[in-house]
Design a binder for this molecule. Structure first.
Ligand code: PLP
Length: 304
């Protein structure tokens, strides 16, 4: 597998006045800087999926995503780098001109197939997947990766994220943004007993992830459930892909001060939440590690 182009992610210290006042040391793990294109957590979720496809000699990967999906973007480039044909099943109709994610996917050789929202809901249904295999049978056997790379292979890859931090035991809490919670679950499996991980769901009503994450963890290891993680569900800013002017201003200001680009969908919401919680006294006198999971910025998002 093509790994040589990856850099070890740097740790960046953030001297934020609110953190300094609360005696909190803030560090960001810049997974967004590991590779110019496969940035963030999506690489870790792809790694064992691509290895399994290669081991079973399957040369075509199929996966699912929305038109702005970071996972579609990462799969397209990872496929190309590993000589795998890629197919993206895209939710909704084709809109021309294509946005930069889909343009990029095509430039990497990904074949895009658009399906309506109702059909897209069938994406995890085995019969629907068999139907896709049949329709695309001229491409040979196809390896299917679920939306977001969120399967057990994806989870396994995420257990490796924190091993990239040489002094990880210095951190008492680790924070990250959650979509499906797979990345959080993988990281929770790799913590020591004195550490906790705090997830910030970016979807409205993110409490449902408590059940999902417990489920993911129990599928992976049947031993007793981990109690080292928790969710903070009130920094969704109206829901997935929704933004407010306040969030935009926060991200822009953060970039100006610390040169860390935050996307409005994931990392911006997490960072806003962390600073707000420090201000409220939730974190004090400790060393926090914040995971920059990557993500791209788009203009023209829906203001809430
Ligand atoms: C996909 C994604 C996440 C969410 O990962 P999950 O494992 O689904 O929780 C977080 N941040 C960014 C930038 C992402 O692209």
């Amino acid at each position: 597998m093509m790994l040589s182009i990856f850099l070890d992610p740097p740790l960046q210290k953030i001297n934020h006045p609110i953190a300094i006042k609360a005696d909190v040391e803030l560090y960001i793990l810049r997974l967004d800087l590991m590779h110019p294109q496969i940035n963030g957590n999506k690489w870790f979720k792809l790694k064992y999926n691509l290895l399994e496809a290669k081991a079973t000699k399957i040369t075509t990967i199929l996966t699912f995503g929305g038109a702005y999906s970071n996972h579609i973007f990462a799969t397209a480039v990872a496929g190309k780098l590993n000589n795998l044909q890629t197919i993206g099943i895209i939710r909704g109709e084709e809109h021309l001109p294509l946005n930069s994610t889909l343009q990029f996917a095509i430039s990497q050789g990904m074949k895009l197939i658009y399906v309506d929202r109702k059909t897209y809901k069938q994406r995890n249904n085995i019969e629907f997947q068999n139907q896709l295999q049949e329709q695309l049978s001229q491409l040979g056997e196809i390896f299917i990766i679920p939306e977001g790379g969120s399967n057990l292979n994806g989870l396994k890859g995420c257990t490796e994220i924190l091993s990239l931090v040489s002094n990880i035991s210095k951190f008492s809490s680790i924070c990250l943004a959650c979509g499906t919670g797979t990345t959080l679950a993988g990281m929770a499996l790799s913590l020591t007993s004195s550490q906790r991980i705090i997830g910030f769901p970016v979807l409205k009503g993110g409490e449902f992830l408590n059940t999902d994450i417990s489920h993911i963890l129990s599928n992976y290891q049947s031993s007793e459930l981990l109690g080292n993680w928790q969710l903070v569900c009130n920094y969704h800013f109206g829901g997935y892909g929704k933004v407010t002017q306040e969030l935009i201003n926060f991200c822009d200001d953060f970039y100006e001060r610390y040169h860390v680009p935050l996307d409005y969908v994931y990392t911006g919401k997490m960072m806003y939440g962390v600073i707000d919680l420090i201000n409220q006294g939730f974190f004090h006198s400790e060393r926090l590690l914040l995971i920059h999971t990557g993500g791209l910025r788009y203009s023209g998002m829906q203001l809430n």
